[in-house]
Structure formats: C-alpha cells, structure tokens
Write a protein that binds this ligand. Structure first.
Ligand code: GTP
Length: 235
C-alpha cells in the first residue's frame, strides 16, 4: 500500500447525490462502502467532511447574514454530515469515532489529537466535525490542519472531477489533466485546488494533496494502493 494513514476530505455537496439539498442515502452508502474497502486493507482513515449540502456560511453572508453566524451554522452542518457518515460506516461494520472542534459532547467526542491518534491506531475511522472550530476558515483548511496534526501521509480530496486540469474540464473539452504538479506550479498557473489558506498550509508542511474522483467505484482503494488516480500536488 502506498499510504498508511490518510485524511480523506469529502465535500458536503457530494453527499447530495442527485438531490438539490441534504443527504442522499444512496450516495452516503456508496461512500461508506468505498471507505470500508480501504479500512479492510488496514489503512488508517481520518475524514473531514464539508457542510455545503446543508448550509454555507459564505452564502449566508452574501444574503446579508452575519458571516460569523453563518459560519457557525456551517460548522453545525459538518457535524450533521459527520453523524450521517458515522451511521453509514457503522452499517457497513466499520468502527468509527466522531470528534468535533466545537464541543457538543452529548453527541460526539471533543477533538483531542492524542485520542484521535489512538483511535486510528486501533483501526477506527475518525471523522472530524466542526471544521477548525473557527469562522472564516474552510473545511479544506480544517482537513489540512488535521492531516498535519495526525501526521497523515497525504490529504485525499475526493471531488466529482478526476484531477487537476489546465482549464475547467466541465467547460473546456480540450482541458488537459496533470498527473503530477508542484505547489509552485499550481500557484503560478492560477489553478484552483483549495483556498489559499488551506493550500499554503499544505505546502509549508510538505503535505501532498491528491485530487481525485470519489464518485467512481474503487478509485479510493486504487489510489491508496499506489495506482495513478487523480492528480498529486507535492514539492
Ligand atoms: P478506547 O480508550 O481506545 O477504548 O476508546 P473509546 O473511544 O472506546 O473509549 P471511551 O471509553 O472513552 O469511549 C467509549 C464511547 O464513548 C465511544 O463510542 C466514544 O466515542 C464515546 N465518547 C467518549 N467520549 C465522549 C464524549 O465526550 N461525548 C460523547 N458523546 N461520546 C463520547
């Protein structure tokens, strides 16, 4: 296996499947099954999930809502998604723990790095909810932060496109996909991988980012097995 410990970043929107809002149980189950495949190969898996399928702080702010208030709602949305994913994983027989950056201790454990590490060592999937626990930060930043804290080998950003292209592949049919690209080239070419806060944190800490298509069955397992899937951003 190429990786021993990964941090998987999933977007909240991805959980919508074909829906316009909320959680599609079919998609949730598919993700749980994909994750189980790698857990069964003894890969340690931590997960950060977004909340955009329920609420986006930035969208709230653009409609006149206080940004901090909106971001707090978004953090709670990630906890809802975390609970849903936890349930779906447990249905597949995967042991999990949900840890949140904001305390809701009747519902989930508070985030404690050392405890997260122990859970991972014991083969439990650890889902980190609540983003970084601060407004103005994205769940991509939370994902990079947690990945660095737990010494993950890489951050795997599951998306609906199969990697990083030199143009938007959904708009430009001549767009060319990179298999490998450096942090420096991503910035120089103005490509969008993550927001700058998340991206810089990853670069400074030499944490490789892999962007891949999470909606294709078996991709996650292929990726951790060392197959060329998606685009890897590293030094
Ligand atoms: P080990 O120490 O490795 O056995 O880990 P563990 O997570 O099983 O230990 P613990 O006995 O602390 O936790 C038992 C269960 O309670 C697990 O499902 C935890 O997720 C849950 N748990 C632990 N702390 C909290 C908390 O603060 N809030 C909530 N809601 N659940 C908690």
């Amino acid at each position: 296996m190429q990786y021993k410990r990964i941090l998987l970043k999933l977007s909240g929107e991805a959980l919508m499947g074909e829906r316009q809002y909320g959680i599609d149980p079919k998609r949730l189950k598919e993700y749980a099954q994909e994750i189980k495949q790698v857990v069964d190969r003894n890969i340690q898996v931590a997960i950060v999930i977004g909340g955009g399928n329920i609420f986006r702080g930035v969208a709230g702010a653009s409609n006149g809502m206080d940004r901090v208030q909106g971001d707090h709602m978004g953090m709670l949305a990630t906890c809802i998604n975390g609970l849903a994913l936890q349930s779906a994983l447990e249905d597949e027989g995967v042991h999990t723990r949900l840890q949140t950056a904001i305390e809701i201790k009747e519902i989930a454990e508070p985030y404690i790095k050392r405890r997260a590490n122990r859970h991972l060592e014991k083969g439990r999937v650890v889902i980190f909810g609540g983003g970084t626990g601060n407004p103005y930060f994205t769940t991509d930043t939370a994902a990079v932060l947690r990945a660095i804290e737990i010494n993950a080998d890489a951050i795997l950003k599951g998306t609906r496109v199969d990697g990083i292209y030199n143009a938007d592949p959904e708009k430009d049919k001549d767009a060319i996909k990179y298999n490998n690209i450096s942090f420096k080239d991503v910035i120089e070419k103005g490509l969008k991988v993550m927001d700058m806060t998340a991206f810089t944190l990853s670069e400074e800490n030499k944490l490789p980012i892999i962007v891949f298509d999470m909606n294709t069955n078996g991709n996650l397992l292929k990726l951790v097995s060392g197959e060329q899937i998606g685009t890897i951003v590293d030094n």
